[in-house]
Design a protein around this ligand. Structure first.
Ligand SMILES: [Zn+2]
Length: 274
């Protein structure tokens, strides 16, 4: 029951996240939703998460302008992650499940914002760090609850990225990534936190070689098929500057959920802990 309820709640939160991501720094998040192209207000049945985008075939009912696949993707991702937190054997307490859902929602918003703008809003990164520190103190998911270790976990995970930012004067790595790693360290603890940062570099390297290098060809295929318009969200990733935040967050989710589901992530990578 709880996974299903949280999953449906996640779909609704996901559609709110889309509004937050699109309107952040542009306009207030209040007001009715309208088509970005023709300005017509959306009907209630055009705002059902995931379902509306599919029944409308990804186009506005009035002007037929295509609607970004970001909308259903963010909604589906939030629904799935909330349901997975609901289904996880750990934590059993609903209050902690809701805290974890809040953190997951924030991480999804940061991922998509970083993909669109290659920058992470400070307020979002610090809110994530604050919630992660709170969860570490109130409800540590690591085995250690020795408080200096708990407090140092954030700075330990952030240090490598901070060094990258500092010594490259911001060319290899943004300071936003270090702020993000601060929260990841607090959420996962020092050992898992460092491991998540390490895993992010591996995922980043693999994705860069397999997907981003041939991406211009893929985008050309999409444009031929009429799926992507020029200037649509897909062209963001073709910038020379690849945002690192999404890799950090994907890696954080992998390590985080492996802890919640009692999967030995180190064992999967052939690492034996003493
Ligand atoms: Zn329209």
């Amino acid at each position: 029951m709880i996974p299903l309820a949280l999953g449906i709640f996640g779909l609704i939160v996901g559609s709110f996240l889309n509004v937050l991501i699109i309107r952040h720094g542009v306009r207030s998040i209040g007001g009715r939703s309208a088509c970005m192209a023709c300005g017509r207000q959306l009907l209630w049945h055009d705002m059902i998460p995931v379902v509306s985008w599919i029944t409308l075939a990804g186009r506005c009912r009035h002007c037929r302008t295509s609607i970004s696949p970001q909308y259903p993707l963010v909604e589906a991702a939030t629904g799935i992650l909330f349901a997975m937190i609901g289904a996880a054997p750990f934590p059993t307490d609903i209050a902690y499940k809701l805290l974890f859902c809040t953190i997951a929602a924030l991480l999804i918003a940061i991922t998509v914002y970083d993909l669109r703008h290659t920058i992470i809003p400070d307020l979002w990164a610090y809110t994530f760090a604050g919630l992660a520190l709170f969860s570490a103190l109130a409800f540590p998911i690591q085995t250690t609850n020795y408080w200096p270790t708990v407090l140092l976990a954030g700075p330990i995970a952030a240090l490598p990225l901070f060094a990258f930012w500092f010594f490259s004067r911001g060319r290899w790595m943004g300071l936003g990534d270090a702020k993000l790693a601060l929260g990841i360290g607090w959420l996962l603890g020092p050992i898992y936190g460092i491991f998540a940062v390490f895993l992010a570099f591996i995922i980043g390297a693999v994705v860069s070689v397999c997907v981003l290098l041939p991406l211009p060809h893929i985008v050309r295929l999409f444009k031929k098929a009429g799926i992507a318009r020029s200037g649509s969200s897909i062209s963001y990733t073709m910038k020379s500057e690849i945002p690192f935040g999404p890799f950090l967050i994907v890696s954080c989710f992998i390590v985080w959920f492996s802890i919640l589901y009692n999967v030995n992530i180190f064992g999967l990578f052939g690492v034996v802990l003493p």
